[in-house]
Design a protein around this ligand. Sequence first.
Ligand code: COA
Length: 333
Amino acid sequence: MSELKGNSVIISGVGSFTPPKVLSNNDLSKIVETTDEWIRSRTGIRERRIADDDMTTSDMAAQAGKEAIQNAGLETDDIGLIIVATVTPDMPFPNTACFVQKKLGMGKIPAFDIEAACSGFIYAMDVARGLMAVNGTKHALVIGAEKLSSITNWEDRTTCVLFGDGAGAVVISKSDKEDVGILNILTGADGSETDILMVPGGGSASPSTVETIERSMHKIQMQGNQVFKHAVRVMCQSASDVLEKSGLTADDVDIVVPHQANNRIIEALAQRLNVGLDRFKINLDRYGNTSAASIPIALDEAYRNGRIRPGDNILMVAFGGGLTWASAVIRWQ
Ligand SMILES: CC(C)(COP(=O)(O)OP(=O)(O)OC[C@H]1O[C@@H](n2cnc3c(N)ncnc32)[C@H](O)[C@@H]1OP(=O)(O)O)[C@@H](O)C(=O)NCCC(=O)NCCS
């Protein structure tokens, strides 16, 4: 492999994996009191993918990661770092990235997880490029992967209609090309809002007991209205800030790849940023909200559909539990 100067950090490969099993809105209406019309009009979601019981987050992550490495034209041995962003690790420890390393037969390289909820994938890219800058790593595998069906309360119609399973991955690589790749990433959090979106049980605050399980404390709990309001505000702010930091305006953006949580949030973002919806990549109708996996799955789909061309400015923006938020501007090489 040629020696790289490392002026830029580019996305050199993309991949994704979504489980084949489809759960439609009509299927859900047989489980909880809801309708296809309600879910579509309030969220834009038509169906989501659900992993089989024996499929883990790391199984999906490994599939997406393998595809991204192949797409980059690399071998697993070329990768020097693995980070998995997830809120649904296979188990509290070992971390999911270690399982991915084993499943893909990768070298004895650093492997760890990041938990920043739905913002996790952009956080993970930021951490990866930071480590690459200081330790000489040339290629990092960054994955967002979730089995949200494992923490979904299937008796709560206000949340169970929103989420799905899947994984998306990128390889980020040092490149000697000028003026391309990750131009800027911004991340932030507001810990005063921890209680509006959480899985309260199973951690050190409430270790698992019969009572925590009976009270469904190991499942997602959310105040949807509150999350909605914050989401629109922080996504707009973060997106505007990262564009400004990159010296770009909304007109310069070729494609926005937002976190896929709700069509109405995306529409509000489009309106406030003054970027037409035709420049947004939206696939939540088919996958629902896959948390840390949503942006890399959408990016992979946009790339494979030919929507991303050399020189394009890509804006990514996410928000999630924490609250956390993150945005990125990437110029495709
Ligand atoms: C969850 C969300 C779709 C709910 O939409 P909403 O317009 O805010 O709806 P509300 O919560 O105000 O509920 C309105 C009514 O619909 C009902 N309802 C909630 N879920 C329902 C469902 N699946 N089917 C039918 N009715 C439902 C509520 O019970 C309520 O009934 P009521 O008026 O009789 O009390 C919306 O708040 C949202 O998307 N929030 C952001 C969530 C998110 O993105 N989370 C992930 C962050 S990464």
